[in-house]
Each structure stands twice: as structure tokens, then as C-alpha cells.
Design a protein around this ligand. Structure first.
Ligand code: ADP
Length: 294
């Protein structure tokens, strides 16, 4: 089974082209969709989740036409939206039971077994009687995954799931997702490079509605091999460098800017060549004049 997206285009009524001829092939496993805020990720996720229509293009899940057979797709889909909405005062167990009914699990005994197994899987069994509104951010996200998985989906979409989680919660969430991604298609939409680095075997970078890279993270890094240069500079020097070179990122190390520059040749003057990492790929792909992959 593969999810194949072809030439999806969407322009909102205000004139923003959120998707511009997006084509991707997404296999079973964890697929990272990486892009800055406003790139078009949620628009793409909502389109695949059958919640909105594109202006043009096709989406196929195996031999199912996603845009035409919405009801069939919904039976195969688990979705954790960016804004999961209001967190009810209902207990986690009662809410999951309710969602299981909506997913068509009508046999009471089977439903109870599935709900308990799912609560256990997301490590919420001991909190099952507490109201979801009282949960921490990480617990809410784990509940979000439980509600997305209770119908046994073939396709799981999670939109910006780690934003706002502390490092411990984020790690627990990563472990949970990586288990799920072994057997089904999981699309993880995120602006956090670390999410993709830690979890995904395949990825795409999307910016201003277009695909800038699609492939394996290691291939993305290899594509910049020999082109990333690093130097520790003073703050006034940094301003000067920006006008001369393609500075793709700066971070402070002990209060001093460490710059990464994209250049085919040695930029000279104290720069050292460094192996590219995924952040370099991401930041160079979203430069104003970066080429589109397709
Ligand atoms: P991301 O999820 O990557 O942050 P979105 O898909 O939410 O990106 O947004 C892509 C672009 O489309 C942004 O410029 C955003 O402001 C715009 N946009 C998103 N939803 C709407 C909408 N309902 N109406 C008008 N513009 C929208």
C-alpha cells in the first residue's frame, strides 16, 4: 500500500496559494513532512484526511481514490489534527469508548477489550478515570494518538504533534509513534527538524506550497556534502557576512554566533567544512531563492 499524491493545488479565497502542484509517494512507515509555519502542511494533511477539497490534483491510497471515496477513506484513517479542539471533562476511558462506537465497533465486549488495550498502549491506564481536560500536554497528545488508532487505521496523520511538549513528553511520544509506524503509513507533519531526524525513514520538505525535497533524510544530507561551512563570528561580523554569503543558519554557542554558510567553494577566512545535517538541508531549502524539487 502506498499513498500517492499528484499535482495537488489549492488557492484560498484570499489569494494564498497554499499548495502548488504537490506530488509525493508515501510508503508504509514513518514519513516526515517538514516545513516552516505557513508552508501548506495542514492544508495538505486536511486534504488527505478528506476534510477539504483541493482545486485540482489526485490522491490515491492503494487503489482507493481519496478525493472521491471519502467515506471509505475515513474507515481506514486515523487523524490527530493540529488543534485537537476542546478537551472534554469526560474521562479518557468513556471518551475512547464513545469514539470506538463512532468508528463502528458496536460489540460491547470487543469494544471494552480494545479500549483497555489502547489505554495501556499509550500508557494512560492509570489515568483512565480522570477527565481529559485535566491532562498534561503530553498526556493529551497520547490520548490524541489513542483516539486516532482505536479504529485500527491503515493511514495515520499527525499534524504538529510535538509542539508544546517538554523533552520527556516528546521522547515518550516519539517511542509511541515509532512503534505504530512499523505496519501502517504514518505522516508526521512538523516544523521541528528533530522530529523527522529521530523518527522518519522518508521525508519531504515543503515551503510556500511547493515540495523542495523528497526522499531519505540521509540522501538529503548527502546532497549538500562539501557545501556547508561553519565559522564562529562576532555579532557585527555576522551582519557583514549576511550581505556577502548565503548564511543559512546561526545559533549562539556560549553567546557567540556560530554561522552555517551554503557555498560550493570555500568562502575563505576561517571557515571550516562541516558534514551537513538535516537542519542545514531544511534551512537551505527554505531560502528565498532555493530551487523547487519538482
Ligand atoms: P502550515 O500547516 O504549514 O503552517 P497551512 O496549510 O496552515 O500551513 O497554511 C498555508 C497558507 O495558507 C498560509 O499562508 C495560511 O495563512 C493560508 N491558509 C490556511 N488556511 C487558510 C484558510 N482557511 N483561509 C485562507 N488562508 C488560509
Amino acid at each position: 500500500m502506498q499513498l500517492v499524491i499528484e499535482n495537488l493545488t489549492k488557492t484560498y479565497s484570499g489569494g494564498v496559494r497554499a499548495l502548488d502542484s504537490v506530488s509525493l509517494s508515501i510508503p508504509i512507515g514513518m514519513y516526515g513532512l517538514l516545513g516552516p509555519n505557513g508552508a501548506g502542511k495542514s492544508t495538505l494533511m486536511r486534504t488527505i484526511a478528506t476534510l477539504q477539497d483541493p482545486d485540482s490534483g489526485n490522491v490515491m491510497l492503494g487503489d482507493l481514490d481519496v478525493l472521491a471515496d471519502k467515506m471509505k477513506v475515513r474507515q481506514l484513517l486515523g487523524y490527530l489534527p493540529q488543534e485537537f479542539g476542546v478537551y472534554p471533562k469526560t474521562s479518557a476511558r468513556a471518551m475512547l469508548d464513545h469514539i470506538a462506537i463512532l468508528k463502528g465497533i458496536t460489540n460491547r465486549g470487543e469494544r471494552r477489550d480494545r479500549v483497555e488495550a489502547m489505554l495501556n498502549r499509550v500508557n494512560l491506564s492509570q489515568h483512565a478515570r480522570k477527565s481529559i481536560s485535566s491532562f498534561s500536554g503530553g498526556m493529551k497528545q497520547r490520548f490524541g494518538i489513542a483516539q486516532a488508532l482505536i479504529g485500527d487505521p491503515q493511514l495515520l496523520i499527525v499534524d504538529e504533534p510535538t509542539a508544546g511538549l517538554d523533552p520527556g513528553e516528546r521522547n515518550r511520544f516519539y517511542n509511541l509513534l515509532s512503534e505504530v509506524g512499523e505496519n501502517i503509513i504514518v505522516i508526521l507533519s512538523t516544523h521541528i527538524v528533530q522530529d523527522v531526524k529521530e523518527l522518519c525513514t522518508q521525508m519531504a520538505i515543503i515551503h510556500q506550497g511547493t515540495v523542495r525535497f523528497a526522499g531519505a533524510p540521509a540522501d538529503a544530507e548527502a546532497s549538500l556534502s562539501g557545501h556547508i561551512w561553519q565559522k564562529s563570528v562576532s555579532k557585527p561580523e555576522l551582519e557583514e557576512l549576511r550581505s556577502q554569503l548565503q548564511v543559512i543558519s546561526t545559533k549562539l554557542v556560549a553567546g557567540r554566533p556560530l554561522v552555517h554558510v551554503l557555498s560550493e567553494t570555500e568562502p575563505g577566512d576561517g571557515f571550516e567544512s562541516v558534514p551537513p545535517d538535516l537542519e542545514d538541508v531544511f534551512f537551505s531549502s527554505i531560502q528565498p531563492d532555493a530551487p523547487s524539487a519538482v
